[in-house]
Write a protein that binds this ligand. Structure first.
Ligand code: FES
Length: 653
């Protein structure tokens, strides 16, 4: 019999099929990833392929002519109505007549690889929890009575081979109207929680649904909530947005929110309500920005620290405020969005919450671990995500450890005399001339340095308002490098340093960075109290990292990754001069940006990634800093700048 050879690229899969087999059918038989929403009816165009005629002798293919059938009526109609790019065929219509090589372009692959932007980031393979299937349902018949749902599930079985389908109640409520509106043809969104779980119908549309489904990857921070709107077909981020966490009015940091819950009956519920409402607004805002209908947003992943996680779920966070910091659950969770009262989302939208690592180390750290994948490398990586608590991971292929360390809010500019949040007008970078001791700085909102011409005009709108987190870190490190500060952290006087910028402040001294008082602005200084606050924060961070290194029995790490919004802004050199992190060559300190958000996005695009992070979290060893006596020792030694005993190479320059 005539059985032409077909070779698919880029997968390289090949085999013989009976002449006349469609490309889509051949792909299915050979296990080739080729998308289809309409099930081969020639209307969705997801199955487009590019038959590559030519010389393919190496595959044993020599015939180049008429390897595929001519356009049939369906394909011709599609091409006429919607257009088909030159060289493209509908895989469900084109029949294989002779040996042929067929290229499956990226957009026709269901499990395509999405290349992440950072050069060293590994690609993510699309493996979304949702897929779309068009089905033709048999209309009801008086002589063979059966429910509309039973005929729909039977159609899914017969037309797609999908068994065991369930439906969520709100979707069932609309089923009859939708089936009739679509004249018995509907597109179903099928959601699975894992590759082998039976799917659930979470949305239905009359007729063929064109375009993509979307998901939201949410990083639920204690200060800000950030979201990416992601196409579940291409994996691309189509919009990003963020809002302040409204729980701030109950307490600036995590522990004050836990206290609020302890002290006020109903306090936890209030905070739960506030964050759920914020998520509703955020979803609406981001959908509006992207011009996407809310009914397309059907899957969500959420990461957050344990307190944020528990409050979102309506779990009392009180246990997280006291030893032994027991979580209600650390497991990954699958939930309907409706259960969390996120009312703007469609009825069927589903949420996946990443697992928590420990009572102080949340799903945000799990997401960082997923994104940075220390477990995929031989190199020993130290990954720090700095907030009011620093979450610290240390690991490689063989072992991954985690802890959190109570750095306090100083790194975010809080508890600093001239400190402020990162906002336009805040000093974010500063350099101090080692000879003249004169500072020059840059504020958020302008690229100019303070000694550049035009700086005053460029900052006329914002003014120079204070020091944000990266500003204070750079200021302290620069003061140390310029000799204005000794290794114990004492600020020198004008006489000791020869600089008129050292002004008396009680019994100590302060360094004057900017005097804006002439124009009604603030006087910005770094005081001895500020230095103490930074010393406490950085010692806690360093001691946490050191503790993990002790546990790993190493004296050095191969590289340091600074994660989080903070990590994105801090300069590696200044972090090293301050002794925030163990000494490594400055080029081995990199910033991962919002790695927690990236991890949430990876999990949104891939069920396999969800299994990966669950398995990784199970094997992470948790180290509890609070009960470890060596933490205190490390903390004390790390108070010096950069460190009392550990060698630091940076200050030798
Ligand atoms: Fe839908 Fe081919 S599978 S057009």
């Amino acid at each position: 019999p005539n059985s032409p050879l077909v070779v698919f690229t880029p997968s390289g899969k090949r085999g013989r099929v009976p002449a006349g087999t469609t490309v889509l059918e051949a792909a299915r038989r050979l296990g080739v990833d080729l998308d289809s929403v309409c099930g081969g009816r020639g209307i969705c165009s997801r199955c487009q392929v590019a038959p590559a005629f030519g010389q393919f002798a190496k595959h044993g293919i020599t015939s180049t002519e008429a390897a595929l059938s001519d356009w049939n009526r369906v394909e011709a109609r599609y091409a006429e109505k919607r257009g088909l790019a030159p060289g493209r065929r509908l895989g469900c219509q084109a029949q294989i007549l002779a040996d042929v090589v067929i290229d499956v372009p990226a957009e026709s692959q269901l499990h395509r690889q999405v290349i992440r932007k950072a050069a060293d980031a590994r690609p993510v393979e699309m493996d979304p929890a949702l897929r779309l299937c068009l089905v033709e349902v048999t209309p009801p018949d008086m002589h063979a009575p059966s429910g509309d749902l039973e005929r729909l599930t039977e159609a899914l079985r017969a037309q797609w081979g999908i068994e065991g389908v369930t439906i969520s109640l709100p979707v069932l409520a609309d089923l009859q109207t939708t089936l009739r509106a679509g004249n018995w043809t509907v597109t179903a969104a099928l959601h699975r929680t894992s590759a082998d779980a039976p799917p659930r119908i979470t949305a239905l549309w009359p007729g063929l649904l064109e375009g993509d489904l979307y998901g939201l990857a949410i990083d639920l921070g204690s200060t800000t909530i950030a979201a990416h709107l992601v196409s579940l077909r291409s994996g691309e981020v189509v919009a990003s947005s963020g809002i302040m966490n409204p729980q701030i009015r109950f307490g600036e940091d995590l522990m004050s929110r836990v206290s609020y819950a302890m002290m006020n009956p109903g306090g936890a519920a209030e905070m739960t309500g506030a964050v759920r409402e914020a998520l509703t607004h955020l979803a609406q805002k981001i959908a509006a920005t992207a011009g996407i209908d809310m009914d397309r947003i059907l899957d969500l992943t959420i990461v957050g620290n344990p307190v944020m996680h528990h409050l979102l779920l309506g779990l009392d966070p009180v246990e997280l405020g006291q030893a032994p910091f027991a979580l209600a659950t650390s497991e990954a969770l699958n939930l309907p969005a409706r259960n969390l009262g996120i009312s703007a989302l469609p009825e069927g939208a589903q949420i996946y919450l990443l697992p928590l690592i420990a009572g102080h180390v949340g799903a945000d750290a799990a997401a960082v671990a997923l994104s940075e994948a220390p477990d995929h490398s031989d190199e020993l990586a130290l990954i720090v995500d700095v907030g009011t608590n620093a979450e610290i991971l240390l690991g490689n292929r063989h072992r991954v450890l985690a802890c959190s360390s109570p750095t306090g809010p100083a790194f975010e500019g809080a508890q600093i005399s001239s400190g402020q949040r990162a906002a336009p007008g805040a000093i974010e970078a500063i350099r101090i001339d080692p000879t003249t001791k004169e500072p020059r700085f840059r504020v958020i909102g302008s690229d100019l340095w303070s000694d550049d011409p035009g700086f005053a005009e460029a900052t006329a709108q914002t003014g120079v308002t204070g020091l944000c987190g990266s500003g204070i870190i750079e200021a302290v490190a620069e003061m140390r490098m310029a000799g204005l500060l000794d290794s114990a952290g004492l600020i020198g006087s004008a006489a000791q340093t020869g600089s008129a910028r050292m002004i008396p402040e009680g019994r100590t001294h302060a360094y004057l960075i900017h005097d804006g008082s002439a124009s009604g602005g603030p006087v910005i200084t770094v005081t001895q109290g500020d230095i103490r606050a930074i010393q406490l924060a950085k010692s806690a961070l360093y001691a946490g990292a050191r503790l993990l290194m002790d546990e790993m029995e190493v004296d050095a790490v191969d590289r340091v990754v600074l994660a989080g919004a903070f990590g994105a802004h801090i300069s590696p050199l200044h972090a090293l001069v301050l002794g925030m992190i163990p000494d490594v060559p400055v080029e081995d300190v990199t910033s991962a940006g919002n790695a927690a958000g990236t991890g949430a996005r990876i999990a949104l695009c891939s069920l396999a990634a969800r299994r990966r992070v669950e398995a990784l979290v199970r094997r992470i060893t948790k180290v509890e800093t609070a009960i470890e006596p060596r933490f205190q020792e490390h903390f004390v030694a790390a108070s010096a700048i950069p460190h009392a005993t550990a060698p630091f190479t940076q200050l030798r320059r």
